[in-house]
Design a protein around this ligand. Sequence first.
Ligand code: CA
Ligand code: CA
Length: 452
Amino acid sequence: MAAPSHRPTHRRSLRKRRTLVVTAAVAAAGVGAGVLVLNANANAGAVDLYHQSLPAKDGWAASGSGTTGGAKADSAHTFTVSTRAQLVKALGSVSDTTPRIIKVKGTIDANTSDAGKKLTCADYASGTGYSLSAYLRAYDPATYGKKAPSGTQENARKAAADKQKKNIVFRVPANTTIVGVPGTNAGIRGGSLHVQNVKNVIVRNLTFADTQDCFPQWDPTDGSSGEWNSNYDSVTLRGVTNVWADHNTFTDAPTFDSSEKSYFGRKYQVHDGALDITNGSDLVTVERNLFSNHDKTMLIGSSDTDSTGKLRVTIHHNVWKGIVQRAPLARIGQIHLYNNVYDTTALNGYTPKYSIDSRAKAQVVAEHNAWKLPSGAKPAKLLSGDGTGSIAGGGNLVNGTATDLVAAYNAASSKKIKTTVNWKPALTAGLQTSAKNLVTELATTTGAGALY
Ligand code: CA
Ligand code: CA
């Protein structure tokens, strides 16, 4: 089907979904009449973008108490924001769990002052004594050795980094929906949404672009040659329960990694994760997002001992395009990947290494996903692991051909991926048992801007 005729189809399918949501809400509330009256008053039966809850059975986030975000917000807790200062005010205190809806209109630049003035890395460094050239002189392994940076320039780096952090990190309280207003290029540039130790959050229809750390830290002990490490994922989920990330776009654009120099022989990396799910986070659904132009895209579990019995994540109908790695990197949890599209063609200098990494006994089910590989690329390179992780599931297509990815990977690797898992996915709303039309379908139905 051609792209132009696809949008109306999608609009119809959204309407159908909204009807299902209302039906589910009625069933869950066990009332009926009252809910139906409300529904009849609301725009011919449609639940709007802002008030929508996660549909029933739509992945792990539908488990437990479900995910409603700020659906119950009153008018005093429904905000429309267009600047950083307005966003900060609307988010309020992380200890205030009153349901709230935050509508983002247009692009908010996180690197701006309360008065709306653009802030540069030099502005944050100002007054701290930090400069990159002084930092490089201080910690050159040739003269300083391979020990962790400490002293004047490292202290100055931390002070400058703290100033940027105060500006670009947005703490999200429980029972919140943050949603882009359709038709406004809604999103956050250069910012980091921290959803930490809270429950019930929805993030949708937003473009997260160009999140970068002005002050990467040199770690000479990371790997054999050291690495430059950065903070700030575009969205970071830590210790959360019931989160729905829906129809967002994640991209480094316009600051691609290829534009960065190398120092001490290693790439100066200003980006961290796109959407990281760590520190015992649980019951998360990641749906119809577009991930592009990024290296380390999605971490599930920050270490092999992150948590036990948690990190249950459903990832479906997303597009991964121009992603180097971690789509996702999965540890420990029960993780369901279905109906995703992976385009492994190099893009803007981002050359894919692998798609899915299963390690630390992760119990991954990956089924009915579609890979688009450039000619000459090998299916054996689509997976990664440490020899303890599992990936079960079938129906995966590579350039339209049914392919056993694990068999291809295992034939070429000494650290074999296991093929059995300790669970069976049951929360599988919208699961399509054929991946053959996904590349076309998802091209117009994922990412920010597809909802309207
Ligand atoms: Ca990092
Ligand atoms: Ca991270």
